[in-house]
Design a protein around this ligand. Structure first.
Ligand code: GLU
Length: 312
């Protein structure tokens, strides 16, 4: 397919799925509920750096759970695989993103780093002398991945912090089971702040497509040529996105689309076609699994039309 055909396909999918008004904005984080329901963007970046985009591709929104696979890769680079695997597993849960029940089972280790319990445990492993140093490691990772300076949405951060009873409960359970070293009230709150700030980093679909294209390109950012992840860790990130990135619909996504993906409750979704391209979509209307409905349908159709499944 040539560039013209890709542009045509993206325009067609944008027009078609914009007409869908199913779903609602994430309401458990009040600030996210205010998002403009009409926003819809699609971006594609190929491993040789070509960019295709349509809709509100410069509209900023927060990363939310799309941050999780990337910070997992950072933790692997900083702390090594053995340490990471001793704290967080690699099994899908078949449960929702904020599930708490698996922490009660045998090892008390979160099943995987894509669900909140695993992501908070991974965040705890991003070391540094204080919270600012740790946050700057995370922010700088996303700046290198998207090739530009990024900001944190303070309103979303505060909104999530003030309503985070469930994530707070998860973090206390992780402390109780010695998965994280934070034990005092203050250190637990600091860890949660780090996690909420990671989730509140502002991006647009152009940034996300570059981040996804980095994973498609074996860990090298295709536009800056900077190596972000070793090929081994890049492969580990993609395996986990494939089996766990879409939470309790990961099996359906693997079966019907066949590429690694990750969604976030603000409405972003990325898909990685190894060796070919990164795809990103944004629309804030989500379903009860926490996936953007327009984004999911558009990427599914894009992948099907171009036979992008890794098993094709
Ligand atoms: N910050 C969100 C939370 O922790 C992330 C969830 C998501 O995007 O799926 O609840």
């Amino acid at each position: 397919m040539n560039s013209n055909d890709i542009n045509k396909l993206l325009n067609h999918l944008h027009q078609k799925h914009l007409a869908c008004s199913e779903g609602s904005t994430a309401n458990y984080i009040p600030e996210l509920a205010k998002a403009n329901k009409d926003h819809f963007a699609l971006s594609v970046v190929t491993v040789d750096g070509q960019t295709f985009e349509v809709g509100n591709f410069e509209q900023p929104f927060t990363l939310q759970s799309i941050s999780k696979p990337f910070v997992y890769g950072l933790a692997l680079e900083l702390r090594g695989k053995e340490k990471i695997l001793s704290k967080v597993g690699v099994e899908p849960t078949g449960e929702a993103f904020n599930s708490i029940i698996e922490l009660e089972k045998s090892s008390h280790r979160p099943y995987n780093p894509m669900i909140n319990s695993g992501a908070i445990a991974i965040c705890s492993l991003i070391d540094g002398k204080n919270i600012d140093t740790r946050l700057s490691k995370v922010l700088s990772l996303f700046e290198r991945l998207s090739g530009k300076p990024l900001k944190i949405d303070e309103q979303v951060f505060l909104s999530e912090k003030s309503t985070a009873h469930r994530n707070r409960a998860i973090t206390h359970l992780l402390a109780n089971f010695d998965i994280i070293e934070e034990k005092s009230e203050r250190s637990i709150e600091e860890l949660l702040d780090l996690y909420f700030k990671q989730c509140s980093i502002l991006v647009d679909t152009r940034n996300l497509a570059q981040m996804a294209a980095t994973l498609a390109n074996g860990g090298v950012q295709p536009l800056t040529s900077e190596r972000i992840y070793s090929t081994d860790f890049n492969r580990d990130i993609l395996s986990l996105m494939f089996t766990c990135g879409m939470y309790d619909t990961a099996g359906d996504w693997a079966y019907s689309v066949g590429v690694p993906a990750k969604s976030g409750v603000s409405g972003g979704l990325i898909a990685v076609v190894p060796g070919k391209m990164g795809i990103a979509a944004y629309s804030p209307l989500i379903d009860h699994h926490g996936h953007s409905i327009r984004a999911e349908r558009a990427i599914k159709e894009f992948a099907k039309t171009l036979s992008l499944s890794i098993f094709s």
